[in-house]
Structure formats: C-alpha cells, structure tokens
Design a protein around this ligand. Sequence first.
Ligand SMILES: [Zn+2]
Ligand SMILES: [Zn+2]
Length: 128
Amino acid sequence: MGTTKTLRTLLPAEDKHTMQSLEANPGKEMRRNVSLACTECQRKKTKCSGTAPCTRCATSAQQCLYDQTSDRRRKEYTVGLFKFHTTLCQLAATLRSAAPEELLSLVWQVQSLPTDQEAIDYLVQVLG
Ligand SMILES: [Zn+2]
Ligand SMILES: [Zn+2]
C-alpha cells in the first residue's frame, strides 16, 4: 500500500511542530557526564577529577579505572540515534509516497497522543 504518488495537499502546521520536537529531543539527552568518577573514587566516595588518570589516583599511584557504563550508555545513545535517523528517513519516504488519506490518518493518530514523546514512540513503532 501507499504506492499512489498523488501527494498534493500540504500537511497542517502541526506536522512541522512534530518534526521540530523530533529534532529537538535527542539534543536534550546530549549532556556531558561530568560527574563520572573512576572506580577508585566511586568506592571511596571522593571527588574525582575525571581525567585519566585522575588526580587522586595519580597522587596515590593507583591504577585509575573507569567503569564501562558510560561507554555502554554512549552505545545505547548511538543506537537510539540510528533508530531515530531511520524513522526520520521512513517518515520522509512515507510523506513523499503515501496517499493523502493515509497521511491524514497518520497525522490524526499523532495529534491524538498527549505528548510529543508518545508521538515519537508511535512513529518509531509505525515507521521503524
Ligand atoms: Zn578518580
Ligand atoms: Zn582515578
């Protein structure tokens, strides 16, 4: 389905709003993790400089290690970003190729959701 290339009508302004929030959302999660402490500082609950090695470990001549959770988090973030990109591509393809009625029902669905995040989840589910 969705093979008819008769997209004439422009979508209402709400769609633009949705696109903007789609774009704005990953940026919100892109915050620097400055509170990351090495394993030694975490264990001793001391303030960590966050360098490699950190000042504490350097002065006490200890091996400075950072646990991998931040790395995993970054990987999860990358996967999320990839998924987001795929969804956006799918959305563009759908907007270009779907029949206006299909788009209308898609827009209705999106508009019926209470939050932008739920709208994004819905789009990921439908298009991804
Ligand atoms: Zn440290
Ligand atoms: Zn350290």
